[in-house]
Design a protein around this ligand. Structure first.
Ligand SMILES: Cc1cc2nc3c(=O)[nH]c(=O)nc-3n(C[C@H](O)[C@H](O)[C@H](O)COP(=O)(O)OP(=O)(O)OC[C@H]3O[C@@H](n4cnc5c(N)ncnc54)[C@H](O)[C@@H]3O)c2cc1C
Length: 415
């Protein structure tokens, strides 16, 4: 069955207008006028199917399309869906990465790319909140961040206990000796960003389709086709599998032991009436060993995420209901650190999952059996921010073009 037949048969091909239903009405009503983005190059060179429309897949599909390739993006539940790791409301963009310089450099390029894309899309995606890392004393990671950011031309500010008390009276600094502020860090409206990337991909001539697919027939070292749930097939020159937490399911032998999928709760605690001391722009993103979170953005309340949760989570079937035990722990933390919201109710919750590799490096590499298949994932809790730059990188890898050898080695499948 050819590509057109697949799209008619196996799936719901979506136009950009159809994607509007993934966002609340008027979500981008206050949008600034878009600026021109990269034009689609005129010559079509290869056909590529990208499986998975999350942070890795949606951006990869857009980059490939902008290079003039014939691209189909296939997602089982649609880009930015609420089961996807990228389908949560918000994610953080920061440059500070401890001593992991390659990621810091990628994140810095990504930060600039997000700004350009935000202008191109005409959709307000970024909120510059800053990020405050807190610890009893300097950790090796904080020292490395404080040393590295100035070398990259990025701003960082160190504070002691008394500085924190003076500057942030809404924070109880008990037990905190050091605060490291990265003022340029942002919150990105994640779900909205992914839907916008997918819409732009379609507007630029890409094909988007809702179907669950898996690898089908292969000839020698080439995969010939993908097979959808109803048996219909889709062929292309190259395939990118960017299936996030589903990667171990798509390639159980290869990735079953390399990618773990633990669950994570996300809570939004309401602010007291008339009190915006913990809302943007009055307080930054915050992070300490057991919790991190964001100030209230878009009126959602203070976002709080524990860094622990169930060791294993099924992204298809597990209920997205938070754990009462974790809620009690989070409330105790808030009562201590942010006393003004200790009695406030939870206003929203999310349950998400990670796709963790043992060394927390992404996995971006050829499938060992098929030369025309690239795997891209293993986000390990930090991939979203890299989307616009990572998409370009994955697109180049999928087409066998040159990339940074040091980064290639870091994200290899077998180490
Ligand atoms: C609680 C939490 C907080 C985080 N905070 C941050 C942060 O602040 N900053 C940051 O940079 N990162 C953060 N991350 C990490 C980041 O969200 C992820 O690394 C990133 O979103 C992963 O994207 P992905 O494309 O790999 O996966 P996903 O977003 O899950 O996308 C995979 C897609 O593949 C589709 N799919 C799967 N299997 C198939 C199939 N067989 N056929 C068709 N489609 C399929 C799914 O429907 C899904 O849409 C956080 C993660 C969590 C859980």
């Amino acid at each position: 069955m050819d590509r057109r037949a697949f799209l008619q048969h196996a799936s719901v091909p979506l136009g950009a207008a159809a994607l509007d239903r993934w966002l609340p009405a008027g979500a981008d009503a206050a949008s600034p006028a878009p600026t021109p983005g990269p034009a689609v190059q005129a010559t079509r060179r290869s056909s590529v199917v990208v499986v998975g429309g999350g942070a890795f897949g949606a951006w990869t599909a857009l980059h490939l399309r902008e290079q003039g390739h014939s691209v189909t993006l296939v997602d089982a539940y649609g880009p930015g869906n609420s089961r996807a790791t990228s389908g949560d409301e918000t994610r953080q963009l920061r440059i500070g990465y401890g001593d992991r310089e390659l990621y810091a450099r990628f994140a810095q390029r990504a930060m600039a790319a997000w700004r350009q894309r935000e202008a191109e899309f005409g959709v307000p995606l970024l909120v510059q909140t800053g990020r405050l890392e807190l610890a009893p004393d300097w950790t090796p990671g904080m020292r490395a961040t404080a040393a590295m950011l100035p070398t990259l031309g990025a701003t960082v500010e160190a504070m002691g206990h008394d500085d924190l008390r003076r500057r942030y009276p809404q924070l109880n600094p008990e037990g905190i000796g050091v605060g490291l502020l990265e003022p340029d860090a942002c919150v990105v409206r994640a779900k909205q960003a992914i839907v916008t990337v997918a819409k732009t991909f379609v507007r630029k001539g890409g094909t988007l389709s809702v179907a669950r697919v898996q690898p089908g027939r292969a000839t020698g070292r080439r995969l010939d086709e993908l097979v959808a749930g109803d048996g219909s097939r889709l062929s292309a020159d190259a395939y990118v599998f960017a299936c996030g937490p589903w990667l171990p399911r798509v390639f159980p032998e290869l990735l079953g032991k390399r990618i773990a999928v633990p669950g994570r709760d996300v809570y939004y605690f309401g602010l007291p009436a008339g009190d915006d001391r913990l809302a943007h722009p009055n307080f930054p993103n915050f992070s300490e060993s057991a919790y991190y979170g964001f100030p209230s953005v878009d009126g959602r309340g203070v976002k709080v995420c524990p860094t622990t949760g169930p060791a294993s989570f099924d992204p298809d079937t597990d209920e997205r209901i938070v754990s009462p035990h974790q809620v009690r722990r989070a409330r105790a933390y808030l009562a201590m650190r942010f006393p003004s919201i200790k009695d406030q109710p939870i206003t929203e919750t999310r349950v998400c999952q990670l796709e963790n590799t043992p060394d927390e490096h992404f996995i971006i590499d050829r499938h060992p059996d098929w030369d025309n298949v690239l795997i891209a994932g293993g986000g390990s809790g930090h991939a979203f921010k890299h989307g616009p730059v990572m998409g370009e990188y994955v697109a180049r890898r999928a087409l066998g073009e040159a990339t940074d050898p040091a980064f290639d080695a870091m994200v290899r499948l077998a180490k």
